[in-house]
Write a protein that binds this ligand. Structure first.
Ligand SMILES: Cc1cc2nc3c(=O)[nH]c(=O)nc-3n(C[C@H](O)[C@H](O)[C@H](O)COP(=O)(O)OP(=O)(O)OC[C@H]3O[C@@H](n4cnc5c(N)ncnc54)[C@H](O)[C@@H]3O)c2cc1C
Length: 405
């Protein structure tokens, strides 16, 4: 079966590659596998929040990002033609005060190359089929160009995004989680773009939103997504594609799209937002990024959380490799670490979605944010993941939204 590696990481998205970078920096023998050859596309809105940029900066990649991405300085929320709020990306003590839009074709390859430069070995296309946990190691079986391959390691990081087949087969996930559905396409020849990203709620079933994320002054990633309706008797839309088609025909996009051209297929993909109840470890296995359910239940953004969880996993494993206990018992501290970082965000973001993103309160919330600058600032900070989401469900905030006082 060959070498016993220290760590095999399955999945070279932002979660897997950031973990590989930080672990390889510690001097560990790290092998990174992906079913795709890189550069590869990943269906996404391509928006990097300030939190994502913070980790990418720590990895030494921020300079290069500026040469391949579009800088974004503000955010617009459009509920209808006359109900719009615009705000700059907030100042923060640690995170940059801007976002970037970087197509995943380029972003994921950049992060992967960084991991390889740090010492991780990359093999692709390797589709992993099974992971067997034994007392003295983990055995991975998969296919490489039609041939079966086997590899072994002391520990496996599973970072395969929203692909739930392996965690279900291993019994780590007990059942399929509820997911968001979203779709996107790339457009060129757009009119009226500026330095802001746009979130739209018109012609969109709530809870859900449409986005326009500029990739240049005249091009953008445009898409839409929806959550399972909060009220059990409300029927969800048939598909993300149908939601996107409705969004594309909304009045707000008419002028923008008048001379535009779709330059990619429109693609849809699910998102896991179930971190609050998701498993994150098992014997000799840690889950990172979206495989741990780490996508914001409020905005659908998960690149930042994938990068942050990769860094946290590597920090935690530095101690585990010193102590040599790879059992569930030795790894459960990783779950505690993740909960300390993200549990409040998930619980309160879900609550915000349930309270505000519905036909009754959506308009009122944005109108109240137009009237009260402190509410607008809080809303934007919470959307960026830079303020405690619990603040949005405080009584004074609810009073402003409901009664305008
Ligand atoms: C339409 C849409 C729009 C989105 N917009 C945004 C956005 O604007 N900003 C944002 O932050 N987030 C966004 N997200 C969420 C974001 O895409 C994910 O949260 C993020 O990609 C998670 O990173 P990851 O590394 O955990 O997983 P992924 O990026 O999904 O990477 C997983 C990797 O695992 C590989 N893999 C899967 N199965 C196997 C296997 N069996 N064997 C080997 N390799 C395997 C895949 O090829 C892939 O490279 C969006 C998602 C969707 C669907």
């Amino acid at each position: 079966m060959g070498t016993m590696h220290d760590v095999i990481i399955v999945g070279a998205g932002p979660g897997g590659s950031s973990t590989a970078h930080y672990l390889a920096k510690q001097g560990l023998d790290v092998v990174l596998l992906d079913k795709s050859e890189f550069p590869r596309d990943k269906t996404c809105g391509d928006a990097l929040t300030p939190r994502a940029l913070n980790v990418l900066d720590d990895m030494g990649l921020l300079g290069e990002l500026h040469s391949i991405g579009q800088r974004i300085n503000g955010l617009e929320i459009h509920v209808s033609r006359d109900t719009v709020i615009t705000a700059p990306i907030p100042e923060h003590a640690i995170y940059p005060n801007y976002m970037m839009i970087v197509p995943r074709l380029k972003l994921d390859n950049l992060i992967l190359q960084g991991a390889i430069e740090s010492g991780a070995k990359f093999q692709s296309p390797v589709r992993v089929r099974s992971i067997e946990q034994n007392p003295d190691g983990v055995v991975i079986r998969g296919d490489h160009k039609g041939q079966s391959i086997t590899a072994q390691a002391r520990l496996v990081i599973l970072s395969i995004g929203a692909n739930i087949k392996i965690p279900l087969r291993m019994g780590i996930l007990k059942k399929a989680p509820t997911m968001i559905k979203a779709a996107r396409g790339y457009y060129e020849g757009l009119a009226g773009l500026n330095e802001n990203i746009q979130a739209h709620f018109e012609n969109i079933p709530l809870p859900g939103y449409g986005w326009v994320f500029p990739t240049s002054q005249t091009a953008a990633n445009i898409g839409a997504g929806f959550w399972k309706p909060f009220l059990p008797w409300k029927k969800p839309p048939t598909s993300a594609r149908a939601v996107m088609d409705d969004f594309l025909s909304s009045p707000a996009l008419k002028d923008m799209l008048a001379n535009a051209e779709l330059v990619s297929p429109i693609k849809g993909y699910p998102l896991r937002i179930d971190f609050a109840t998701a498993p994150t470890f098992s014997d000799r296995v840690l889950l990172v990024g979206e495989t741990a359910g780490l996508v914001s239940p409020l905005t659908g953004e998960g690149i930042d959380l994938a990068l942050e969880s990769g860094k946290l996993a590597a920090e935690y494993l530095e101690v585990v490799f010193r102590l040599g206990d790879f059992s569930s018992h030795g790894l459960q501290g990783y779950d505690t670490l993740l909960r300390d970082h993200f549990q409040r965000l998930f619980i309160f973001s879900s609550r915000i979605r349930q309270i505000y993103i519905n036909p009754i309160l959506m308009n009122r919330t944005v109108r109240a944010a137009q009237k009260f600058p402190e509410l607008k600032s809080l809303l934007i900070n919470v959307m960026m993941g830079e303020s405690d989401a619990a603040n949005m469900v405080d009584l004074p905030v609810i009073r402003k939204v409901l009664f305008n006082v």
